[in-house]
Design a binder for this molecule. Structure first.
Ligand code: FAD
Ligand code: A2P
Length: 369
């Protein structure tokens, strides 16, 4: 009896020791589990961040059954800092004609001061801003905003990072024997330095440049469609801009530019300078519709030039580092499509299959109006 009690008491004495050991083991296990889950979470976060930064998956031109592409999100690109109800009132710094003697119509380069914007109206190359023209429409309501592609780099024409520039053609057409002037384009072409203008935006992620310095950029522009291309080319080849942006473009840039007359070519002197400074990186092909003829004897359009260069162009497109940008008249889209179809056929490729692949891979960029 005595020894039974002793054994029982002795056993009871060990219980706190067993419980203590149990808690110690559990605490150690929990700490390890917590560390594992934190490591795991940070790994997941890292992979999320790297998937945002990652380039779109490449789609090979010759392989229609390529892996599903992932579209770049451009999460850090500013949008809608200013909206129509609360626009920023920018001051016009300059407004001058881009045309030479004998040109058709009216096309101006207009720069606005952004330095007083708070929050600051920043933007990147390839975006657009909205302009609210002064005055009212025929219903007595304030005019709605019109979008304009930004023609300057994020550093602005003065390289100080506090201006934005546009390239605007005045819309003019005849109706019932009367000349009609577009509301906003006329307002913009007429404004003077010192005037205040209501600005919204920036908007748009369709026309952004890739980050890679060794990408190739094919640009197809008609008229004011040159605006974003001018910003790209400044970013690539303008000396002071290059110092500022720390982006050393090493690829090939090929601009196809459509204008009605030589006198209508926009930013021509700058492009000629880039040609002589960077002959290995810049190619410039013009289609002067009312001075040159295509093989059929019709007006020379950029799609005719695309066809002439089909082989070289498609060699570039086969390279997964090549991006194509289309900007300007909506009417050029079917013509470009037709030319690309023919050009692709010559290489044994099917453009109607290829184009959606390029689009999905984030390599086909269109902004027409
Ligand atoms: P409005 O007074 O608005 O008149 C336009 C209207 O006139 C049309 O909707 C149509 O109903 C009518 N119309 C037009 N032509 C004719 C015709 N021939 N016959 C009969 N009716 C006609 N423009 C630029 O100059 N530069 C740019 O960089 C630029 N970028 C743009 C970017 C984007 C994303 C978009 C969507 C548009 C861009 N535009 C650009 C076009 C710009 O937004 C305006 O549409 C253009 O300036 C005309 O506006 P408006 O107010 O002068 O014309
Ligand atoms: P055109 O007007 O001679 O027919 P801008 O905006 O300065 O007028 O320049 C636009 C250029 O685009 C002009 O050379 C114009 O030619 C040309 N263009 C007009 N329609 C088309 C089209 N459907 N495809 C390609 N280019 C076009």
């Amino acid at each position: 009896m005595y020894s039974q009690v002793k054994v029982l008491a002795g056993g009871l004495v060990h219980i706190p020791v067993i419980i203590g050991v149990f808690y110690l083991v559990q605490t150690l296990f929990n700490k390890r589990a917590l560390k594992f889950s934190v490591d795991n979470k940070s790994q997941k976060l890292d992979s999320k961040v790297s998937s945002i930064k990652a380039e779109p998956k490449k789609v090979s031109v010759s392989n229609p059954a390529a892996p599903k592409p992932v579209k770049k999100k451009h999460a850090d690109v500013p949008v809608n800092i200013y909206r129509p109800k609360t626009p920023y009132e920018g001051t016009v710094i300059e407004n001058y004609s881009l045309l030479k003697e004998g040109a058709i119509g009216r096309v101006n380069h207009i720069t606005f001061d952004l330095k007083d914007s708070d929050p600051f109206l920043n933007y990147v190359e390839g975006q657009s801003i909205g302009i609210l023209p002064s005055g009212e429409d025929s219903n007595g309501k304030p005019h709605k905003l019109r979008l304009y592609s930004i023609a300057s780099t994020r550093h602005g024409d003065n390289f100080e990072g506090n201006t934005v520039s546009l390239c605007v053609r005045q819309l003019q057409y005849e109706k019932d024997g009367e000349t009609i002037n577009g509301v906003c384009s006329t307002y913009l072409c007429d404004i003077k330095p010192g005037d205040k203008v209501k600005i919204t935006g920036p908007v748009g992620k369709e026309m952004l440049l890739p980050d890679e310095e060794d990408s190739n950029i094919v640009m197809l522009a008609t008229g004011t469609g040159i605006a974003p291309m001018r910003a790209y080319l400044r970013r690539m080849f303008e000396a002071t801009e290059k110092e500022k942006n720390n982006w050393n473009f090493k690829g090939k840039a090929w601009l196809f530019m459509g204008a009605p007359k030589s006198a209508n070519l926009l930013y021509e002197e700058d492009f000629q300078r880039y040609l002589s400074d960077y002959p290995d990186n810049f190619k410039y092909t013009k289609a002067i519709s009312r001075e040159e003829q295509n093989v059929k004897g019709g007006r020379m359009y950029i799609q005719d030039r695309v066809l002439e260069s089909a082989n070289e162009l498609f060699k570039m497109i086969e390279n997964e580092k090549t991006h194509i940008y289309l900007c300007g008249l909506k009417g050029m889209e079917p013509g470009i499509d037709e030319a690309m179809t023919k050009a692709a056929e010559e290489k044994g490729l099917n453009w109607s299959e290829l184009r959606p692949q390029l689009k999905k891979a984030g390599r086909w960029h269109v902004e027409t109006y």
